[in-house]
Design a protein around this ligand. Sequence first.
Ligand code: PGA
Length: 253
Amino acid sequence: MNRMPLIVANWKMNHGVEESIIFASKFLQGTFPENVEIVICPPFTSLYTLSVTFSDTDKIKLGAQNCHHETSGAFTGEISPAFLEEISCQYVLIGHSERRHVFNESDEFLLKKINTLLETSLKIIFCIGETLEQREAGKTFDVIDQQLHHCLGKIDKNQLSHFVIAYEPVWAIGTGKTATPEQAQEVHHKIRTWIHNKFGTLPADAIRILYGGSVKPNNTKELMLQEDIDGLLVGGASLDPVNFNHIIRNAVK
Ligand code: PGA
């Protein structure tokens, strides 16, 4: 199955509006391979500005880093999925390890967001991954299995097309310690097998599974050579337009 590579920038809490505009004008000067899908997830305050800046190109899509599970109401400080749709945002990260570990978002809470998002046009980038302690205790596959079970285990087969999965070992995020291509492939293969067992061959072949955790221009090619790695979720290295452009150009399968 030919899965279109997907490269996602997760800026986290970096780049205010002014820096986002500077990024965009430099980034738009680059050349982009045709058969790679590109998504940028800036902070909420930059989303609208960037949706205007990128409105002339369908090459660069926008994603949010989070959203709430209700569409409106008394939820001070939260962002509705409807607001994201209104500004042509197409993706949302759900279950990023910083949301799970720093903000204590539970599987139950993530499932609420997923259920709401399934009623919208937004695509879900569902993030999973083990901590160093869990890996060293030999629990990687159990953790992945549970994270999949609690959320994807609760949806219907025909809803799977709303999802991209991102495998991000927590020990590799922002540490400079990338998983080896073999380590990543091993887990990606397990994830695809889980999808296969639950939903069948076609959905397992179609779903894109991204790797994230200290991705840089110089490790992109070897990661993307792995059979079950269909794209990348890039934090630190996506903040610089030239670096991010290199990653995109190295990601062609
Ligand atoms: P990193 O972050 O590339 O800076 O390790 C990845 C992520 O958290 O999505």
